[in-house]
Unconditional design. Structure first.
Lengths: 289, 414
């Protein structure tokens, strides 16, 4: 028995080591830094809770929390609908479906920063490809400004994110779709179920696990969004599109307040953890218990 | 046996190492804006000296973060050129070597750029010396002036004249606009807009950086001036979202009459529009005779922990020779930092540089430990004030809000 316990520990040891060195230890360091006035340039000084207290007065951070949560709430369903439709289309045996899947998955293989820079130029009001297309179709005359209001800028950046990540979510959902034994669909059809009834009562319930995984990944990713708003909108216009991570980055490397940024990071970690726990509890599979 | 081989290789390596020992190598970091002349300087130095400088160029916006991390991690460069405005922050953080005695021993110490020296001084000691200079001034398209019936040799001298000229140029139609500025960048507007406030006798912070001073007629007036031009559509609509990507291409298009800039834009303008006749004059205030300029550029410093401070200083001293000041800096559209070399063959050949040089000598630079948060940050109160006033038209509200935010940031940062 003891022997088995030791073997077990040996098996988890590599993972435990990696987690300790690359997650737990840095996390402890972040906690330590967050209790200091820790300038990027200069010497740190212990200040206890004061960084956490100043978060409450930080209007831009509170605005960033509102903005990021709104963004996550809006983009998640859109991303899911797009990815689900793509997955259903890709889950057929028609000719060219491989090409279809590849085309939609391709953006996933580009880095998000690279993709953002690409879209900066595509969204350029004077020479960007969208302006050219809109003009060619007669829908616009001359330059079009895509980023001149918070709403428009958010839509522009979100479109990029959907284009960039829908392919990945599609693959996650496709795995779930293909994991459903074909006999179940056939049985449902024989019992007289329509396509929608089959979808609603066979496909969806059996995809619970894929959906849960995709949802947790997507919500977490949305709460941690940074590059699109850093590169495409630069937080503008007028600070309307600053995400939480953007503000953490800015506090550390723009305001040189590393200690404060660490405190913000701890708060974000607690938020993401709480939201993920809530999701897992809400979407709990009764069979898993 | 294997041990012997290793030992031999080790000794060989040592031997090779000691062969180079009297020719040392120092590392220098500089921000990417300085690329043209920094590269040229280092190349010239390495060709004429036994010691070698290895230059590492860092993207502008990452510079402070990279240097801060390197110093904290105990591996700073031996020498670095920093955006002038950040020198107070570095000096206060005790990250730089005191060079007061060395600098004052230079025969031309008194002739070094005054703005650079002021920004490099902290508690009476000098922690950096001038490296390169850049001053802002008003630029204009002489061809458009002629077309609009204006005399290209008589540029505007007050805000009212700027607006009047801009309106005449806008009236040419066909997508032509009288005035241009990039509306979505903090840094560029600090460089080009603050001088309007200074020229009119105002400022945004007190000389020692401890008080916000935005509630003044000069600030309100300068914003009103820009707002009036936006409201009357004398500024192209693309200006609103322009994060300084187009500061060269928009003037080069030949469709805007007046804009503010620096000598550093001349290389790009010449490349994009070789035949364009660019005029230059000082950035005016409200009344005739008033003018000002932002004296920017880089200062060069020896970080704490530099392994080669002596060699670093040798390099710095060498950059003050006329061959470098004129032969490299002026040739690359940067301004010399020795005022006694300010007038040279390049300024004689091109009146734009003459204006830049004179502007530099009278230019100003804000001294603040929270410079980035106040002025340079895209999320900062300066850009917000400008955008709210110019694009939304709420000049008084924008100024009141900025005054409050400026003071808050100063109080938390000092």
């Amino acid at each position: 028995m003891r022997h088995h316990g030791l073997t077990g520990w040996l098996f988890v040891a590599p993972a435990l080591c990696l987690t300790s060195v690359f997650f737990l230890w840095p996390l402890a360091m972040v906690g330590w830094i967050s209790a200091h006035n820790w300038p990027l340039i200069g010497r740190p000084r212990w200040i206890g809770w004061r960084n956490y207290l100043s978060i409450l007065d930080d209007e831009i951070f509170l605005g960033a929390v509102r903005f990021t949560v709104t963004y996550a709430v809006l983009i998640t369903p859109i991303l899911f609908i797009v990815a689900f439709v793509l997955a259903l289309l890709a889950n057929t045996k028609r000719r060219g479906v491989g090409l279809f899947r590849t085309i939609w998955f391709l953006p996933t293989s580009i880095g998000i920063s690279t993709a953002s820079v690409l879209w900066v130029w595509m969204l350029n009001g004077d020479v960007g490809v969208f302006t050219t297309i809109l003009n060619a179709l007669g829908l616009a005359l001359g330059p079009v400004q895509y980023l001149d209001s918070t709403g428009a800028a958010t839509v522009a950046a979100s479109t990029m994110v959907v284009w960039k990540t829908a392919g990945f979510t599609m693959v996650l959902l496709l795995v779930g779709l293909q994991g459903i034994p074909i006999e179940l669909h056939e049985a449902a059809r024989i019992d007289g179920a329509s396509y929608w009834q089959d979808f609603r009562h066979v496909t969806l319930p059996l995809m619970r696990r894929s959906l849960r995984l995709a949802l947790v990944l997507s919500v977490t990713g949305s709460l941690l969004v940074f590059e699109p708003f850093y590169i495409i909108t630069r937080g503008g216009p007028q600070n309307g599109t600053i995400s939480i991570v953007y503000w953490i980055y800015n506090s550390a490397f723009g305001s040189f307040r590393v200690g404060y940024a660490a405190a913000l990071a701890i708060v974000l970690l607690a938020m993401v953890l709480a939201i993920n726990l809530a999701q897992l509890v809400l979407l709990r599979d009764p069979d898993d218990a | 046996m294997r041990f012997t081989v290793k030992l031999t290789i080790g000794l060989l390596a040592l031997g090779l190492g000691s062969g180079d020992a009297n020719a040392a190598e120092i590392t220098m970091w500089a921000r990417s804006t300085t690329e043209a002349y920094s590269t040229a300087m280092v190349k010239a130095y390495n060709e004429t000296h036994p010691d070698k400088v290895v230059l590492n160029l860092i993207p502008n916006e990452q510079f402070v973060a990279k240097v801060g991390t390197a110093i904290a991690g105990g591996s700073p460069p031996d020498l670095m050129s920093i955006d002038l405005v950040y020198v107070p922050t570095f000096a206060r953080g005790e990250e730089l070597t005191d060079v007061t005695a060395l600098a004052k021993a230079l025969p031309y110490y008194e002739k070094l750029s005054p703005s650079h020296l002021r920004l490099s001084t902290f508690e009476g000691k000098l922690f950096a010396v001038p490296y390169s200079a850049e001053a802002s001034f008003l630029m204009y398209d002489k061809a458009l002036f002629r077309k609009a019936g204006l005399d290209p040799e008589v540029p505007p001298k007050t805000w009212a004249e700027v607006r009047a000229d801009a309106e005449k140029i806008t009236a040419l139609g066909n997508g032509t606009y009288g005035y241009y500025f990039p509306g979505n960048t903090a840094g560029n507007n600090v460089f080009t807009f603050l001088p309007l406030i200074w020229a009119a006798g105002g400022d945004v912070i007190s000389d020692d950086g401890s008080k916000a001073t935005l509630n003044s007629p000069a600030v309100l007036g300068a914003l009103d001036h820009l707002r009036a031009m936006w409201a009357s559509k004398t500024i192209p609509p693309s200006a609103r979202n322009d994060g300084a990507e187009n500061i060269i291409s928009t003037p080069a298009s030949g469709k805007v009459g007046l804009w503010a800039g620096g000598a550093f834009t001349m290389t790009g303008l010449r490349r994009l529009s070789p035949n364009m006749e660019v005029g230059a004059t000082f950035l005016p205030g409200e009344k005739a005779g008033q003018w000002s300029s932002f004296a920017g550029g880089d200062a060069i410093a020896i970080p704490r922990g530099s392994k080669q401070p002596k060699l670093a200083w040798d390099f710095i001293q060498w950059t003050y020779s006329p061959e470098v000041q004129i032969g490299i800096l002026a040739r690359n559209n940067a301004l010399p930092v020795r005022t006694d070399l300010a007038k040279n063959e390049f300024t004689e050949r091109n009146p734009v540089y003459l204006v830049a040089t004179e502007a530099m000598a009278k230019g100003r630079t804000p001294y603040s430990f929270v410079y980035n948060d106040l002025l340079n940050s895209p999320q900062g109160p300066f850009l917000r004030m400008l955008q709210r006033a110019v694009f939304d038209g709420d000049v008084t509200g924008a100024v009141a809000e900025a005054q409050k935010r400026f003071q808050q940031i100063i109080d938390t940062g000092n």
